[in-house]
Design a protein around this ligand. Structure first.
Ligand SMILES: O=C(CO)[C@H](O)[C@H](O)COP(=O)(O)O
Length: 317
């Protein structure tokens, strides 16, 4: 089942306006849209398993000449790391089609002409390290500070590098008190030091048994100690969308954002003026979507991406 929401473009309509789509709605979507931006976790895969029908749907959309872009807020891998994941999962995707929040952090620093004599302190994993390396941006921290402990003996102080001009905080499965203190010192004491978050996701599916604390918890730790708000570069921030639209020469009305998360994927699309489709194969349940308290309404929703294949079957019949 696919449903279409008749709410206003900014998604503020009431939940009662969400209705099931007609076949015409689905045909119109595929006809109108030249580019599909797909969120990854919950749309393309769950953990390390491809979601049912995804390869066939991607192949069919490609055969129609649609541009496909894959966007993830998960910064633990670089685009190269994701390319390997796509390939290992048997999905034919090229490096240029992948946008990760690790890349967004590096692209953002490049866009503001981050000084070459400054360095970045990373709270995060190898994805951010690799993307900064590709842009020639110096960094410290990251996996280098994995396992570091602090001994709070009298007189002990941690000293930060005065050349750190930005702290980038991404999802970090090895976060520790050393990293939190180091990042805090850089932001509080290095004049002009930037505070950049790859994303603010509250929770994420690291196992299929429960939801796990997301990067919002890592960013929250640094926000708490610095009393500063970060610049967010991943979804729902506009930065990645502008980059994608520019790179591929696309107008926003030609693009459909497909995601499983209301406050990142769908908000990203709504704020950016894209058509939006929520799939229920990830973190959002139908009850959450239809809850009258939910203010973020996609233009349509489907149980999973492969529901679009009904259009292919209809055209072939
Ligand atoms: O990094 C995360 C943890 O905070 C994200 O929640 C998560 O992995 C999001 O991925 P996607 O954008 O592909 O759904």
């Amino acid at each position: 089942m696919v449903a279409v929401c008749s709410s206003s473009a900014n998604g503020n309509g009431s939940a009662s306006q969400i209705r099931e789509a007609t076949l015409e709605d689905k045909l119109a979507l595929v006809k109108k849209v030249d580019c599909f931006i797909f969120d990854c976790d919950g749309v393309i895969w769950r953990g390390d398993s491809v979601i049912d029908g995804v390869p066939e749907t991607l192949d069919w959309l490609r055969s129609l000449g649609k541009k496909l872009v894959f966007v993830t807020n998960n910064s633990t891998k670089s685009r190269k790391g994701y390319l390997k994941k796509f390939t290992d999962l048997g999905l034919d995707v090229s490096a240029e089609e992948i946008y990760s929040s690790s890349y967004a952090a590096a692209a953002y620093l490049e866009s503001i002409h981050f000084p070459t004599d400054k360095k970045v302190y990373i709270v995060g994993e190898v994805g951010i390290q690799e993307e900064l390396d590709l842009k020639g941006i110096k960094w410290i921290g990251g996996l280098q500070d994995k396992g570091k402990t602090i001994e709070l003996v009298p007189g002990f102080a941690l000293h930060q590098d005065g050349d750190v001009g930005a702290v980038v905080v991404g999802f970090d499965r090895h976060i520790n008190y050393h990293k939190i203190q180091y990042a805090t010192l850089c932001i509080r004491e290095n004049p002009g030091c930037l505070f950049i978050a790859t994303n603010l996701d509250a929770v994420t599916h690291l196992t299929d048994a429960q939801e796990w604390a997301g990067n919002g918890s890592m960013v929250g730790a640094i926000k708490g100690s610095t009393q500063r708000e970060p610049t967010v570069v991943g979804k729902p921030a506009e930065f990645m969308l502008a980059n994608i639209a520019d790179t591929f020469g696309l107008r926003r009305e030609q693009i459909c954002m497909v995601g499983d998360r209301l406050d990142t994927d769908i908000l990203f699309g709504k704020d950016g003026g894209l058509t939006t489709m929520l799939v229920l194969s990830g973190v959002t349940t139908k009850e959450q979507l239809l809850d009258p308290a939910n203010p973020i309404h996609p233009d349509m929703y489907a149980s999973q991406l492969s529901e679009l294949l009904v259009v292919k079957q209809e055209v072939a019949a």
